[in-house]
Design a protein around this ligand. Sequence first.
Ligand code: 0GY
Length: 318
Amino acid sequence: MSKPTTGEFTKTTGWLDWYDGPAKPSFALPAGAVDAHCHVFGPGAEFPYAPERKYTPCDASAAQLFALRDHLGFDKNVIVQATCHGADNRALVDALLRAQGRARGVATVKRSISDAELQTMHDAGVRGVRFNFVKRLVDFTPKDELMEIASRIQAWGWHVVIYFEAVDLPELWDFFTALPTTVVVDHMGRPNVSQPLNGPEFNLFMRFMREHPNVWSKVSCPERLSLSGPPALNGQAQPYRDVVPFARHVVESFPDRVLWGTDWPHPNLKEHMPDDGLLVNFISQIAVTPDLQQRLLVTNPTRLYWPELHSLERTNGA
Ligand code: 0GY
């Protein structure tokens, strides 16, 4: 892979660049595995960062993402529009077209988007929109605008991806549970992993999934959620050990509604940048049987993002 650069933009002070030269994972990904949460950033010289962005990242191009995909052993990607590009989905759409069917996308759109623009994005491979409620990343969008967007994208068979902090779930509950589509939660709703697994905060998240069969969760981002960190930072043998019980509990409770992604190029990390190869090894701790791994990495993302391949698999008895 070529070295990270940032072109003509100045990176946010203290920005940690993505890790160049990741290890080859010792965990062998199953055939057809999907990295269901990753981003492209720019390159800024070609796809400028949005004026309303809250951070300026290190460039992370489609070619660099696909090199990582091949190195780690993934078959496909789901590329999620990052907030540094606002509602300008050009970098995302360009990456989807370059992927030639091996990537699907989740876009950010405004109420003013036309049907023709939605159709163009659909043709490129967009299958969802992301609603972001993390206050450090975005300005507020009124819920009636988001609900209108959700109703419109339903007609294309798209779903809604939601990103929020665990403390905000009570306030957002009524809106989330009124969404008419499949709803995919980023990073398990960002639990505070210093709290007990069966404490009120994570119990509410589990209830959210249990009572709403249209809700899925990404069990990704141990590097973002962990307080214990990776071994290099604290000398522990097991990386991100405090996240394991949370992610494993979600995988085992809802094996048919979970997804996993690298989150490459890992925006806004403050203390360390993970080696994506080692991050892949983490999967075997949270999906502990081959059956759970197959569902998490292949069956579920294929069903949601490539339903045409999923039905083929079933017809062939796979
Ligand atoms: C993530 C997490 C973050 C950022 C974004 O779109 C974004 O800017 O998603 C974050 O800073 O927590 O999932 O990539």
